[in-house]
Design a protein around this ligand. Structure first.
Ligand SMILES: [Cu+2]
Length: 82
């Protein structure tokens, strides 16, 4: 979170954030999280690693918030690590 804010640029609405996700065990887990995120308005890309337990999400912060991204991940049945 702190790191993601540090990477914010002043000229672009596009942001990239890394969110830790608990409970993903295999590629099907990560692809279901990726699918849910990519179906969310404002999300441009989502790269999920079940091995690392991480979601790296590129999004337009005028269309979607990081809080909303966390909600979407939680709605897939996996849990965002706080
Ligand atoms: Cu799985």
């Amino acid at each position: 979170m702190v790191l993601a804010l540090g990477l914010t640029t002043v000229f672009a609405a596009t942001k990239t954030t890394t969110i830790r996700v608990e409970g993903m065990k295999c590629n099907q887990c990560s692809s279901s999280v990726a699918k849910a995120l990519k179906a969310t308005s404002g999300v441009q890309d989502a790269v999920i690693s079940s091995a690392k337990g991480e979601a790296v999400i590129t999004y337009d912060d005028e269309k979607v918030t990081e809080a909303k991204l966390r909600e979407v991940i939680n709605s897939t049945g996996f849990k965002v690590a706080e």
